[in-house]
Design a protein around this ligand. Structure first.
Ligand code: HEM
Length: 396
């Protein structure tokens, strides 16, 4: 019932039924793994904060997978999002300074410059895939510059990263992608070691060289991997989903254009709630028997917290099924909650404001180039985003 192609085309009716009838329900995921899917807002929030839901024992960002060689896994999953305190605290602190509001605000001129360049490249074309031409390259360029990854390398890891996030549905491509990406990361880190620069990878290497106890080699490669993956796979969905929501009911586009200055910040929060780019949080495991909404999840079982499902819960959001760009009370779970709350949220919000603001003012006539019903969604459990978003009307 869940995570099939039909479900992915429109998961909302299924989530509504689950919230009403089976709010904590064991599902079989593509690939055969079993997990308890939590779909109500309050349960989701609780599960994200309750320390009895742990990460330890789960080894990949997309869930347990026995086919990946253990040394490869260790080198890519020893990061904050796979850790519990105290390791989590230590690993998060190591990079959190780079993502504060103040530090992120300093990136604004560069994000504006990259956005303007991409808009220039699209201008005058007949039809473009907005994902390929805009939603993907913008966040990638930003995270790569922050980490210090050369431009020429970027295309090569797009496929690997997409495959890893698709998880078991990627089949035999999955271990190949893991190994290839790890090989790339190791080379990159060796190169940075030889030629340090003013970037985040060099700063992490400095910590590691000063004190291997504070950051092991596996933790270093894993942290770079996590930041790269988060930069690749998330904001692209926010930008794509937002434009899809705006153009599939065009009066939204006109309304936002008429008052972007005041409406854009709340509109972005509403897009995050309404078509959440990260559909479910990463796997957790019940460290002991835990009861949610009357259902007991046995110790040792895997748990998937539904962020998109919780964000459409009418028990928490009045008129949850209505997209209201002026919604002000909007405590959505799109960036997670609790200790793993998204470290990149300030950066994602900055990118979204600049990117959507730029599109609205540069291309007032932007419209979908195909019927909305023909758009296809990405496979996999974790992400909610479009595979492609053909648009037209690219005249300034
Ligand atoms: C719209 C864009 C984004 C969305 C919707 C998003 C969403 C999320 C969510 C839901 C989590 C929690 C996952 C869980 O608890 O299982 C998370 C964690 C995280 N995100 Fe994001 N993210 C976005 C962009 C970014 C960016 C641009 C970065 C940085 C490059 C980033 C870095 C991280 C990191 C490092 C964590 C792990 C935090 C921890 O474990 O303490 N995210 N994100």
């Amino acid at each position: 019932m869940v995570f099939t192609p039909e479900f992915q085309a429109n998961p909302h009716p299924v989530y509504a039924r689950l919230r009403a009838e089976l709010p904590v329900h064991q599902v079989t995921l593509p690939g055969g793994m079993l997990a308890w899917l939590v779909t109500r807002y309050e349960d989701a929030r609780l599960a994200l904060t309750d320390p009895r839901f742990v990460k330890q024992g789960l080894t990949t960002p997309t869930g347990p997978n026995a086919e990946i060689a253990p040394d490869v896994l260790a080198a890519m999953s020893s990061h904050m999002l796979s850790s519990d305190p105290p390791d989590h605290t230590r690993l998060r602190r190591m990079v959190s300074a780079a993502f504060t509001h103040r530090r992120v605000e300093q990136l604004r001129p560069r994000v504006e410059e990259i956005t303007a360049g991409l808009l220039d490249e699209m201008a005058g074309q007949d039809t473009v895939d907005l994902i390929d031409a805009f939603a993907f390259p913008l966040p990638i360029q930003v995270i790569c510059e922050l980490l210090g990854i050369p431009g020429a390398d970027r295309e090569s890891f797009r496929d690997w990263s997409n495959t890893i996030v698709a998880g078991v549905v990627a089949g035999e491509k999955l271990p190949i992608a893991f190994a290839a990406l790890l090989g790339y990361l190791r080379e990159l880190i060796a190169d940075k070691r030889a030629h340090p620069a003013e970037d985040l990878i060099s700063a992490l290497i400095e910590v590691q060289e000063a004190d291997g106890d504070r950051l092991t080699e596996n933790e270093l490669t894993s942290t770079v991997f996590l930041l790269l993956l988060a930069g690749h796979e998330t904001t692209v969905n926010l930008l794509g989903n937002s434009v899809y929501l705006l153009l599939s009911e065009r009066e939204r586009w006109e309304k936002l254009r008429a008052d972007a200055e005041t409406l854009l910040p709340t509109a972005i929060e509403e897009f995050l709630r309404y078509e959440s780019p990260v559909e479910t949080a990463t796997f957790r495991m019940a460290a002991e028997d835990i009861t949610l909404s009357g259902v007991t999840i046995p110790a040792g079982d895997a748990v998937l917290v539904g962020l998109l499902a919780g964000n459409r819960d009418g028990g928490r959001f009045p008129e949850a099924g209505l997209l209201d760009m002026a919604r002000t009370e909007n405590p959505h779970l799109a960036f997670g909650h609790g200790i793993h709350y998204c470290l990149g949220a300030p950066l994602a919000r900055l990118e979204a404001r600049i990117a959507l603001g730029g599109l609205l003012s540069r291309f007032p006539d932007l419209r979908l180039a195909v019927p909305a019903s023909e758009l296809e969604w990405r496979p996999g459990v974790l992400m909610r985003g479009l595979l492609a978003l053909p648009v037209t009307g690219l005249t300034s």
